[in-house]
Ligand binder design. Sequence first.
Ligand SMILES: Nc1nc2c(ncn2[C@@H]2O[C@H](COP(=O)(O)OP(=O)(O)O)[C@@H](O)[C@H]2O)c(=O)[nH]1
Ligand SMILES: [Mg+2]
Length: 344
Amino acid sequence: MSVESVNQIRNLGIIGQGGGGKTSLAEAILFDTGANTRLGRVDDGTSVFDFEPEEVKRQQSLSTSFHHVTWKKHEINIIDMPGYANFLPDALNCMRACSGLVLVLEGTPGALKVEAERLWARAGELGLPRLAFVTKLDRENTELDAAVKELRDVLQATPLTLHLPIGSAETFRGVVDVVRMQALIAQPDGSLAEEAIPADLAEAAESARDKLMETAAEVSDELIEQYLENGTLTDEQLATALRQGVRACKFVPVLAGSGSKNIGIPALLDSVVELLPAPAELGPAKGQDPKSGEAAERAISTGAPLSLFVFKTIVDPFAGSFRSSRWFRGSSPATPRSSREQRR
Ligand SMILES: Nc1nc2c(ncn2[C@@H]2O[C@H](COP(=O)(O)OP(=O)(O)O)[C@@H](O)[C@H]2O)c(=O)[nH]1
Ligand SMILES: [Mg+2]
């Protein structure tokens, strides 16, 4: 493990309906964090998440796949899940291994499908803190508000808009961060350059920030009092409110971008490490005492006795074979390829 403390780990599940853009987002995360030197694409079979021959052929995820990246001294385990109905049980099961989730939404009115609702309900049952990422904003007829409305009206969540898109469709080029009140403009390498908020978005940004503070303050009596007294929150109070509210599943911050155009990813990763919890913060794990058969709880702590939870098994026909081993032939652990892919 490359991090010093379990508090610097995030087990991040990427959920949403099939075709929504999850794997493309996951590929952009690998590229922007340097875990992959090229931006993998589902459509041309170069995705390292959708690597099985059947996935390459169908251009869609059939099973959950995993990678890990480091971002600002945190280790993020990325869990990219399928979203098509036939493969949903795998995703529903793997969610138990997550410490937080990103729901990927398309900003197309009426786009939300029943699979996303099912995954969302499961996340609620598990009490998993969530962010939403509205992707594909580089496409025609997409708008952030359509996704925000679906979060509120269909998924019954309390959305908090943290980003406003700058430009639309082919002119979409970045976001206004209404927490820090700055424009983040995507660069060719995926990084975000901080700029002043464009004049035509200044008013919308102010009003989005006011709305954000008003909702975020409701997370505690103390913060609501401070908000009512001063008519505002300090940056520190707002950050605290966001963290507390996300962890308590009271609201869902909404971020914006595009996976395949690699826009907005570093801001999403910042929110993942700032707002979503480490596994140890989720409270005790529940299971069964192997000796007595009684229900038992274990603190998630390096000091507690070792307990394992197997949430997925994979049959690799080449396991144990040195020459075709997954890590052989110079591929780094950060960019693993399937043994089958290596044979091609
Ligand atoms: N224009 C555009 N297309 C995207 C974006 N993200 C994904 N797509 C396309 O949407 C389709 C489904 O993407 P994929 O990442 O496989 O979705 P998943 O099933 O949720 O993993 C593919 O054809 C992608 O190229 C995006 O941000 N912009
Ligand atoms: Mg996928």
